[in-house]
Design a protein around this ligand. Structure first.
Ligand code: CO8
Length: 190
C-alpha cells in the first residue's frame, strides 16, 4: 500500500502569487465536469472558494439523484465531492495535476438535502507529487464530520488531456472562442 503521507524531505505547498484571494469563488473549470459543471444536470455543482495558503472550502448539496441507499448519499458520490475539492487545490498552486490515489473514510451517513461543507488543503509536495487531505461536515463548517479523505495528485502536462481525451470533447474545448474557458477546460491558469 503506497502512503498518502508526505515523505521526509517533502516541501510545503506553495501558493502561487497570482492565486485568487481567500474567499474568492473559483467557479467551474469546465462546464461538463461532473463535480462542478453547470452542464451536468445530475452533477454535484460544487461551489469552491479559495482559502488561506493552499486550502479551499466547498459546498455540496446532496440531491435525490445522488442517493445510494434510500434517503442517503451514495459513498462514491461523496468521494467525488472530496476528489473535486482536493483537485481544485492545483488551481491555487498554478499546476495541472490529476488524482493518482484517493482514500476515503465514511464516518457517518449523509442524508439527502444535507449541505456538506468541505475543506481541503495541500499537506506537502515531493517532486511531481502533491499530498492533500479533506473532510466534509454536515450542515456547516462546525458540524459533525461525515467524510474524510487523503489523496495524492500527480502533476501532468496538458498533453495528459489532449492526448487521451475523446477527440470530440477535446476539439470542442479547443474551439471555444473564450480564451479563459479554453484554458480552464484543461485546468491551465489563464
Ligand atoms: C479543478 C480540477 C478538478 C479535477 C477533478 C478531480 C481530479 C480527478 O479526478 S483527475 C481524474 C482521475 N485521475 C486520472 O485519470 C489519472 C490516471 N492516471 C494516470 O494518468 C497516471 O497513472 C498518472 C499521470 C497519475 C501517473 O503516471 P506518470 O505520469 O507516468 O507518473 P509515474 O512516473 O508513474 O509516477 C510519478 C510518481 O507518482 C507515484 N504514483 C503514481 N501513481 C501512484 C498511485 N496510484 N499511488 C501512489 N503513488 C503513485 C509514483 O510512485 C512516482 O513517485 P516517485 O516520483 O516518488 O517515484
Amino acid at each position: 500500500m503506497r502512503s498518502l503521507t508526505p515523505p521526509p524531505g517533502a516541501a510545503a505547498a506553495d501558493r502561487h502569487p497570482d492565486a485568487p484571494a481567500p474567499g474568492t469563488l473559483l467557479g467551474s473549470h469546465y462546464r461538463h465536469c461532473f463535480g462542478c459543471g453547470s452542464g451536468q444536470p445530475h452533477g454535484l455543482h460544487l461551489e469552491t472558494r479559495a482559502g488561506e495558503g493552499v486550502s479551499v472550502t466547498a459546498e455540496f448539496t446532496v440531491r435525490p439523484v445522488h442517493q445510494g441507499a434510500p434517503g442517503l448519499a451514495h459513498g462514491g458520490v461523496l468521494t467525488t465531492a472530496l476528489d473535486e475539492t482536493m483537485g481544485s487545490l492545483g488551481w491555487l498552486m498554478h499546476v495541472i495535476a490529476v488524482t493518482g490515489r484517493l482514500e476515503t473514510d465514511f464516518v457517518r451517513p449523509v442524508p439527502v438535502d444535507t449541505v456538506l461543507h468541505l475543506s481541503a488543503r495541500a499537506t506537502g509536495v515531493h517532486g511531481r507529487k502533491i499530498f492533500t487531505s479533506a473532510e466534509g461536515r454536515i450542515g456547516g463548517s462546525g458540524g459533525p464530520v461525515a467524510v474524510r479523505a487523503e489523496a495524492l495528485f500527480i502533476q501532468v502536462k496538458v498533453e495528459h488531456f489532449t492526448d487521451n481525451g475523446r477527440d470530440e470533447e477535446i476539439q470542442a474545448a479547443m474551439a471555444d472562442p473564450d480564451q479563459v474557458r479554453r484554458a480552464r477546460a484543461f485546468e491551465v491558469n489563464p
